[in-house]
Design a protein around this ligand. Structure first.
Ligand code: HEM
Length: 303
């Protein structure tokens, strides 16, 4: 049975009001031994912070050539029917650093950065935060339909018997919001874009739910089975540039890719997600987050 002792520490620790995201490319001319030693130092425990480590497809093959999760692949740019696209900015390693206190998070960020200084270059260095009600900067609550309790493990972890069991397929995307345009919509129009009410956070029902709403595009059932993923996104940014750093874990990569294709309108109905009128994907990467044991094994040989 899947239990939270299998996955990397912190996966289920909510709410995670403070976060930091580091995506990095490994230097090609540095030895694997040097990289593994740096990674081992980077993920040493820091009080109050969880440091989860994920790998891009090429980096996993480089550091662990003996086996790979069946569906691991680099993120490729996706183009939609209605002119929208999602760019690919795949890098090699990804550190998801999170907890409740921004000061603790910064201690961990500095530790990771110092450890990785000679073996990698940062491609994304982004601070995330959550308010008390987990409202995105659009003002809508984000994360409500996430699976709860042990169902998070079923949605997020590769099942037993498959290579990489207890690990996760991960998607990260930095979305940039266009809040001025969104704020010019009436409350009713905003709610139709998301598919939930803003203040009460109630899902729209029946004819009130447009097929172009974000919830309609991402709430997917196949043969009666809900294609649930486990989202841990946070808002990010400053006065001028801001949005949502989307972060989701899945037991099966198809659960994520189906949702992206539905958002883009690459479906029989051809509807795209109206949220993309008000938010643009700026980055995109797929990762493998190995289980706790697989990560320990990988790093065990490092100096
Ligand atoms: C600008 C980027 C995004 C924003 C602001 C956003 C915001 C939201 C909000 C407010 C909700 C409704 C509340 C909830 O259940 O969480 C929601 C639901 C959801 N979103 Fe997103 N989201 C974004 C991108 C994405 C992407 C890229 C995916 C898929 C890869 C995704 C997957 C989902 C799923 C699965 C749900 C729950 C649907 C349901 O079962 O009701 N979201 N999102």
């Amino acid at each position: 049975m899947l239990s939270d002792a299998i996955c990397q520490a912190g996966l289920l620790e909510e709410p995670g009001r403070s976060a930091h995201y580091l995506e990095m490319n490994l230097h090609p001319d540095v030895s694997n031994e040097q990289i593994l030693a740096a990674l081992k130092t980077a993920v040493q425990p820091v009080s109050g912070a969880f440091i989860a480590l994920c790998f891009g497809s090429d980096a996993w093959d480089r550091l662990n050539p003996s086996w790979r999760p069946a569906q691991l692949q680099p993120f490729r740019q996706l183009d939609g029917k209605n002119g929208y696209s999602m760019p690919a900015t795949q890098s090699d390693v990804y550190f998801w650093i999170h907890g409740e206190d921004q000061g603790d998070i910064m201690d961990a960020v500095l530790q990771v950065h110092e450890a990785m200084r000679d073996v990698a270059v940062c491609t994304l260095d982004l601070n995330g935060f959550k308010n008390r009600e987990a409202r995105d900067l659009t003002g809508f609550v984000d994360g409500t339909a996430n699976p709860k309790g042990d169902k998070r493990l079923d949605a997020a972890l590769i099942p037993e018997g498959e290579p990489g069991a207890g690990g996760s397929y991960v998607l990260t995307q930095r979305w940039q919001h266009h809040l001025q345009a969104f704020s010019h919509l009436s409350l009713h129009e905003q709610e139709q874009v998301i598919g939930r009410t803003k203040s009460g956070n109630v899902e729209l029902e029946g004819d009130a739910m447009p097929p172009t709403s974000h919830v309609s595009r991402t709430d997917v059932k196949i043969d009666g089975v809900g294609q649930k993923i486990y989202r841990r996104s946070t808002p990010y940014g400053g006065a001028d540039e801001h949005g949502l750093y989307f972060l989701a874990f899945a037991c099966d990569l198809k659960r994520i890719s189906i949702q992206l294709e539905r958002m883009l309108g690459n479906t029989d109905d051809g509807f795209s997600d109206y949220l993309m009128k008000y938010s643009t994907a700026k980055t995109g990467a797929y990762w493998f987050m190995p289980s706790r044991a697989d990560l320990e094994t990988l790093l065990a040989g490092a100096a």
